[in-house]
Design a protein around this ligand. Sequence first.
Ligand code: ADP
Ligand code: MG
Length: 702
Amino acid sequence: MGSAEQGREMQSAPVQGVPVTELKGVGTALELKLERLGVRTVQDLILHLPLRYQDRTRVVPIGSLKPGDEVVIDATIRAADVVQGRRRSLLCRVQDGSGTLTLRFFHFNAAQKNSFRPGKRLLCFGEARPGPGGLEMVHPEYKLLKSDGPALMADRLTPVYPLTEGMTQGRVRSLITLALEWMDREGLEDLLPEALLAKWQLPPLTTSLHYLHHPPVDADQTLLLEGKHPVQRRLAMEELLAHHLSLQKIRQQVQQQGAPALKASGELSRPFLDALPFALTNAQLRVAREVARDLQKPVPMLRLVQGDVGSGKTVVAALAALQAVENGLQAAVMAPTEILAEQHHINFTAWLEPLGIKLAWLAGKVKGKARETQLAAIRSGEAQVVVGTHALFQEEVAFADLGVVVIDEQHRFGVHQRLSLKEKGRNGERSPHQLIMTATPIPRTLTMSAYADLDCSIIDELPPGRTPVQTVVIADSRRDQVIERVRQACEQGRQAYWVCTLIEESEALQCQAAEVAAESLKEALPQLRVGLVHGRMKPAEKAEIMARFKAAELDLLVATTVIEVGVDVPNASLMIIENPERLGLAQLHQLRGRVGRGSVESFCVLMYHAPLSKQGRERLAVMRETTDGFRIAEKDLELRGPGEVLGTRQTGMMQFRIADLQRDADLLPKIHQVAAELNQLPALNEALIRRWLGNGDIYAQV
Ligand code: ADP
Ligand code: MG
């Protein structure tokens, strides 16, 4: 931990621009790993805040442990044995006078085993979990103690940070301690004017940061976990303000640019609509008209279309693309994953080719000669509509004359990416129109702030003839029954999803949990074909498993939340979500949207882990009672978001480090007020934007 920094020459540069490599012991390898966490500068490190805290300040008697408790125990070894179960493991039985507990190690060496001699005293930190023979800790941190005296304990709460592969908590902790020392020496300017801090009784910046990284033992952990502590509110406020200012700036700059005015001749859109096997819903018609009107103006459209999963956004996108083609310009349609992009490509080909329109297709896996051909067609303008993944952002892609950009499922893309695609379409002083589509419903009150740079349209109606998904809430103590239900559904020829969730601390852990779940389901359901997809698989592997599931070569698909934006498998009519209490309602709603796409009645089983908090119960009840995404979003806002979880971090409507639009909704009106006041101070605005959003330059050159 935080070894004192030795005689390093200090720079007078402000902390925020100082690269992490300036910190002692940070070389290129570590720099790259930190980069994956979005950490480039010392300031980024300081703003890399804990997900939660551990209490290592006191020893807890084994006899008082409940499953899920993460604690320090001080115990004596009774026995240690290597056992041969499903996996070879080292089991160490320990006791402290109040009870006994098993330590379980899957990875161990002989020296370790030999060091666990009966009678030795062991200080352990880990999470108590139910095991076959009572409570156990899997791979706890431990220290063998030599003496009988009191053990040395932490004097502050211990932070748990988001990690990336190859990083350990210990490493991140010591880096952050170094960064904080740096901050104390060099200072970190409080960008909020003093009068403002006083007016709202906000604590100073550096005090807040110290508190968040190393809270005192008596800190209100519940408040901290919920992100409602005054020190968090202070940072959230500043961050929201920075975002708001930057979006305001983007919007102003965009409106100064020109765009091709695209007439709506109907030349292509009319035959397109005539050929569809269905009539548009009123909501689709209204939104399509809003889009068509924007496209006719000589300023770039920036419109967000929100519509629940299955509300028919793709048709609206196609109409926008057609309006570009009718005017002799190109349209680009981009989806966040290869699977989704491929689906769009299939749809668009079926719809547009009969109209004589040429399409191009670009994704990571389009390589070599095929890629060259596609690129040439895009460059020459022969390809009128281009469908693809973020491969469309790449430098080698040049459009002849791009009129409209459609981005599907926007929450997967950052504002930056949106801008970079727009840059591509830039033709002199002219920018393409942008249509962004998202299935994440956002309450109206929030849209204004989250997407202050966009206009909004809402498709608030589903096409007729859908049967809503039935949702059941069940405790995981009834897991066997749930598994039986999966068996029955699959034996009737249906398919099912089994979704594993885990606190987002590390993707590795989440993937591991899914692997374990898949193994145990295979054992419990030997007659079923079980597949597994998780975030750490290669895109090609993932795509293959998804394709097999889609082709009904798999009955049950075990997945981490990567399937959130996944394939359309109408035959999948059952979804089990483990620990739904860990996810935000918006994300649950997204997941659930994967079933109920066919004509058969579909079910979603929310298998929670007891006990649920009052808010947890209410949240799951909302899921049971309604399938209307907007109502769910409003409810979520009403219940004020995350409660016990960090789940809302994943809803990712926008990347915030600290702020949460739902939780901090009450700050938004204030933000508008302050932003208006701060407009008198452009230099301060810039500094705020740079601090929280980094790449200030990207915003500057919109
Ligand atoms: P999403 O909004 O989730 O992207 P899609 O555009 O994929 O929804 O549409 C879902 C399904 O509904 C598709 O099969 C689409 O062809 C169909 N669909 C879209 N609009 C209508 C409509 N007005 N009537 C009937 N089916 C429709
Ligand atoms: Mg869609």
